[in-house]
Structures are given as structure tokens and as C-alpha cells.
Design a protein around this ligand. Structure first.
Ligand SMILES: NC(=O)c1ccc[n+]([C@@H]2O[C@H](COP(=O)([O-])OP(=O)(O)OC[C@H]3O[C@@H](n4cnc5c(N)ncnc54)[C@H](OP(=O)(O)O)[C@@H]3O)[C@@H](O)[C@H]2O)c1
Length: 237
């Protein structure tokens, strides 16, 4: 499918995986709205996106606040002239043992990673429903398929995203909305490098561009085809 002229919103689009997806979609002619908390990153990324000759804008809000998410998404929809694609990507990774991690941090991980996905999808859904088609890509993690030590909050949040995304898929498929659940393994980014999961070595570890190419290819599939879920790993970690 040709993506030219479509409008995409990418949460957490100012850096990391979200930024790579924003740039690759722009190179396909997609108009892009990005969101996040850091306005400087968002501004700089919008300038990079515009070099591809597409419309680009940003909205600053925290993904854990439903009212702000709805207002931000609606303002981007107005600026872009509608929404065709949501990449539900914003998330945080806080790692530590159950004993040592504070309940406040634990709750914040769930609020950001799970509620954020829910709020953004809920805000975008009316636009896709009205159009009679659309795509939502929910970024979970392999951590959501199997918990492990020092990742209880992150793994629980991502397991819940997997389940929420499956429910979205079942409910919205009938409206010609493709909901895709992605469970990537470690990819070099601030989150994975600061979290000590990888040194980011490009000869060994997935890079944000690999993730972005995968997302682009999923979106380009003929509309009769829905990739319901998928994982991506480094070949030789
Ligand atoms: N990297 C990996 O190894 C890996 C593997 C599997 C899944 N994932 C998932 O992929 C997604 C992107 O991760 P990444 O590796 O690109 O991480 P990252 O480099 O740390 O970027 C996180 C992004 O999320 C945004 N964000 C975080 N908290 C937010 C909040 N409260 N409100 C609004 N935006 C918020 C950040 O924007 P601001 O800084 O502007 O707030 C940033 O753009 C996450 O959902 C992550 O769990 C990553």
C-alpha cells in the first residue's frame, strides 16, 4: 500500500523508537504529529520530519493524563486534517526488585505504559471510526510475554498492553481498523542503554531504524492483511 498523504500520530515521537518511526513514515510521504513531554526534542524532530516535504506538528502532554491526551490528540488531528494511523509508543522502563522499588514508581510505570496506550487509543478511535478505516500499532515488549527479575512493573504493564491491544483488535477489526500488537526485544535507545540492558553496539543490537522499517512494512501491507502481533530480536545478541 502507498502511505503517501496519510496522517500519523506517534506518541513519544521526539526520540528513540518513536522518532525513528516518525522519520521513516515521513520519508513515505506521511504527515506526522508527534507527542511527548520534552518540547525541545519535539521541535527539533518536527524540523527533521519537515525536510521530507510533509506536514509535521507536535503536542506536549504527559501520556498519563487522560484529559491532556485527548486535547493533544484532537489538536494534532485538526492541524493534520484527520488521523489514519496511531503509533502507541510512549513508555518508561523502570527496573528494580519488587522489594526495593517504591510503590509510587511501580504505579507510575503502569499509569504511563498501560493507561497511556488506553488513553491515546480511546482519543484516536472516533477519528478512525468516522473514516471507516485506520491502523493502531501498540508497542508492548517481549517483557510482556514473560516476566523476569527486576522488571515486575515494566513486565506487568506490557503484559496488560498485550491484553488490551488484543481486545482492541477484536472490537475494532469490524470497523476496518487494524490493531497490531508488537513485542520487540531489546533495541538500542535511551531506555535500554540507561537501563543497562545493552551497550547499544550497532554490530550486535537492534537499532531504532530496524524497528521503524518493521513498522513501515506492516503498515504498507494490503488492507486485507492484518499482522495481529509480532516480535523482533537481534540476530546474535
Ligand atoms: N528500547 C527497547 O529495548 C524496547 C524494547 C521493547 C519495547 N520498547 C518500548 O518501545 C517504546 C519506546 O521506547 P524507547 O526505547 O524509544 O524509549 P526512550 O528512548 O526512553 O523513549 C521513550 C519515549 O516515550 C516518551 N514518554 C515517556 N514517558 C512519557 C510520558 N509520561 N508522557 C509522554 N511521553 C512519554 C518520551 O518522550 P519525552 O521524553 O518527550 O517525554 C520518549 O519519546 C516504549 O513503549 C518501550 O517500552 C522498547
Amino acid at each position: 500500500m502507498n502511505l503517501q498523504g496519510k496522517n500519523a500520530i506517534i506518541t513519544g515521537g521526539g526520540r528513540g523508537l518513536g522518532k525513528a518511526v516518525a522519520l521513516i513514515l515521513a520519508s513515505e510521504g506521511v504527515n506526522v504529529g508527534i507527542t511527548g513531554r520534552n518540547e525541545e526534542n519535539l521541535k527539533m524532530t518536527v524540523e527533521e520530519i519537515k525536510k521530507h516535504g510533509v506536514n509535521a506538528s507536535y503536542a506536549v502532554f504527559s501520556i498519563d493524563n487522560e484529559i491532556h491526551v485527548k486535547a493533544g490528540i484532537e489538536s494534532l488531528a485538526e492541524q493534520l486534517g484527520g488521523i489514519d494511523i496511531l503509533i502507541n509508543n510512549a513508555g518508561i522502563g523502570d527496573f528494580g526488585s519488587i522489594e526495593e522499588m517504591s510503590s509510587e514508581v511501580w504505579e507510575q510505570v503502569i499509569k504511563t505504559n498501560l493507561f497511556g496506550v488506553y488513553y491515546a487509543a480511546k482519543a484516536v478511535y472516533p477519528f478512525l471510526k468516522q473514516k471507516g478505516e485506520g491502523d493502531i500499532i501498540n508497542v508492548a515488549s517481549t517483557a510482556g510475554l514473560k516476566g523476569g527479575p527486576n522488571m515486575s512493573a515494566y513486565a506487568a504493564s506490557k503484559a496488560a498492553v498485550v491484553s488490551l491491544s488484543q481486545s482492541m483488535m477484536a472490537e475494532w477489526r469490524k470497523q476496518n481498523i487494524r490493531v497490531v500488537t508488537l513485542t520487540p526485544s531489546t533495541i538500542a535507545s535511551d531506555m535500554s542503554i540507561e537501563g543497562g540492558l545493552t551497550d547499544g553496539n550497532p554490530d550486535k543490537v537492534l537499532q531504532p531504524e530496524d524497528f521503524a522499517e518493521w513498522v513501515r512494512d506492516i503498515l504498507k501491507m494490503n488492507r486485507r492483511a492484518l499482522i495481529a502481533n509480532g516480535s523482533i530480536f537481534s540476530t546474535n545478541p
